[in-house]
Design a protein around this ligand. Structure first.
Ligand SMILES: Cc1cc2nc3c(=O)[nH]c(=O)nc-3n(C[C@H](O)[C@H](O)[C@H](O)COP(=O)(O)OP(=O)(O)OC[C@H]3O[C@@H](n4cnc5c(N)ncnc54)[C@H](O)[C@@H]3O)c2cc1C
Length: 442
């Protein structure tokens, strides 16, 4: 089947077992796995690959998924080796390296950074090689559910509009959240809202030796943070993330505002002062955090960002999308054979994903909190807690009990430190008040 053209004559619907909306990592993964199990799969991507996408830093726990998909060599060929993550620190060189090889358990000792246009295109074509009918430049504009195994999608493509009948619909449309939006299931995360500005640079300073591919994270201002993600060909992806209040301060030029944020952290700016932007303009996105009230229903399921998006700080998005897609393939495969098991399997998948997201979100919501910043600046491996944090950074947040125990210990230490901080702050506040009263009486 040609990748970009529909086969059915005008007015006649095509049929398939599974329709996948979206050709990002989530969509291509689930399409590959279901096609391999013998289902007829049509995957539709509204853009044409290769297309730019943000989200370049991958986690070690992505690697076992690449192995299972059979794309490990392809990822190795297009990726930049990533040995760990750097955070600012109170030591002589100014940063700590959390090396993935020190993680607890069996997560791989490294990851990769990728140009997403290459990575996503590779996964999309891999799905096609595995038997899925993957078409790009085709946008789904409507989905009607006639009954639990009869769904009709309207598609607008290069040759006009056509319809597809599918027994199952998987929405992997990313932050468009196609089905969650139309079903009014999408809800904004009230605790956490951020936006980002980003661009690619040449001439930035990389870490030395095997750490040249480390992702580096910096804090700036009250609630801002920034990423430096090394890519192939000596390119550095640089982004700043902050709350909407920070972005409201912008007066005038976006590029100038972006550079002001980069300059506000001296250590980060030192690595960028001789670098230049590759594209003239920086890009912007509101990555306001959201999720869907539920992950699926009879004959439909949400995968990846179409179900929920947290925050980019720990580079968890692609892993959550691909891991969710693997489990989604099991759910759909079973549901098509044994419909009675569908609801329970969807609930189990939803619970698993929410639990994983919650484990990341504890750190995400508190990333700029002074106590969290202090603990990251001065990590100590008491009871292997630092190694547990490295496992979290590797994406090992689902099944490893050793890691989960360390994350619980870290949360306890964080709680005690916050309490001590509060007591210090409260004592100082009381003293200031006493002095002010005394001054007033004098
Ligand atoms: C600022 C920022 C930085 C990030 N950094 C990282 C990072 O470093 N590492 C990381 O892992 N994650 C990162 N992420 C998150 C990451 O980008 C996503 O989590 C990941 O791409 C999700 O994959 P997906 O397949 O669910 O969705 P996507 O990759 O978004 O793919 C969805 C696809 O669906 C297509 N589509 C949408 N609507 C339709 C339609 N109606 N019909 C047909 N096709 C449609 C879109 O064109 C798109 O190609 C970042 C996110 C942001 C906002």
């Amino acid at each position: 089947m040609n990748a970009t053209s529909a086969t059915a004559p005008a007015g006649v619907a095509e049929n398939c077992d599974v329709l996948v909306i979206g050709g990002g990592p989530g969509g291509s993964t689930v399409a590959t796995l279901l096609a391999r199990r013998g289902w007829s799969v049509i995957g539709l991507e509204k853009e044409r690959h290769p297309r730019f996408h943000i989200g370049e830093s991958l986690l070690p726990m992505n690697l076992p998924i690449f192995e299972r998909l059979g794309v490990m060599d392809k990822v190795r060929a297009l990726g930049k080796y990533k040995a760990g993550a750097d955070f600012e620190a109170d030591n002589e060189r100014g940063y700590n390296t959390f090396d993935f090889c020190r993680a607890l358990g069996s997560s791989p000792p490294h990851a990769f950074e990728v140009y997403r246009q290459e990575f996503d295109q590779m996964l999309f074509e891999h799905a096609r090689e595995n038997g899925a009918d993957m078409r790009d430049g085709e946008r789904v504009t409507q989905v009607e559910h006639e009954d639990s195994r009869q769904h009709v999608a309207t598609v607008r493509g290069a040759d006009g509009e056509y319809t597809i009948r599918a027994r199952y619909v998987i929405d992997a449309s990313g932050r468009d959240a196609f089905l969650a939006g139309r079903k009014k299931l999408k809800r904004k995360n009230r605790k956490h809202q951020t936006a980002a500005l980003f661009g690619h640079f040449t001439g930035a300073e990389f870490r030395d030796g095997e750490h040249a591919g480390n992702v580096s994270l910096y804090r700036f201002g009250q609630n801002g943070w920034a990423w430096l993600i090394p890519l192939r060909n000596e390119v550095m992806s640089v982004g700043v993330v902050a709350g909407p209040d920070h972005f409201k301060q912008r007066r005038g030029d976006t590029n100038a505002f972006f550079f002001d944020m980069l300059k506000s952290n001296a250590a980060m700016w030192k690595r960028l002062e001789n670098a230049s932007l590759i594209d003239e303009r920086v890009q912007a996105t509101g990555n306001y955090s959201y999720d869907a009230r539920r992950i699926g229903g009879p004959g439909w399921l949400l995968v990846g960002d179409a179900f929920g998006f947290l925050d980019p700080v720990f580079s968890s998005g692609v892993l959550l999308a691909m891991s969710g897609a693997e489990h989604a393939a099991d759910v759909v495969d079973t549901a098509l054979r044994q419909p009675r098991r569908e609801a329970a399997m969807q609930r189990r998948l939803e619970k698993r994903l929410r639990t994983g997201m919650k484990r990341f979100s504890f750190f995400i919501y508190r990333f700029n909190n002074p106590v969290m910043a202090r603990l990251f600046r001065n990590p100590r491996n008491v009871c292997r807690i630092e190694q547990g944090i490295i496992s979290m950074l590797a994406g090992d947040v689902f099944d490893n009990r050793d890691v989960l125990r360390r994350l619980t210990m870290f949360r306890t230490i964080y709680g005690i430190n916050s309490l001590l901080d509060f007591r210090t702050w409260f004592g100082e506040w009381r003293e200031r008040r006493r002095q002010a009263r005394a001054a007033y009486v004098d």
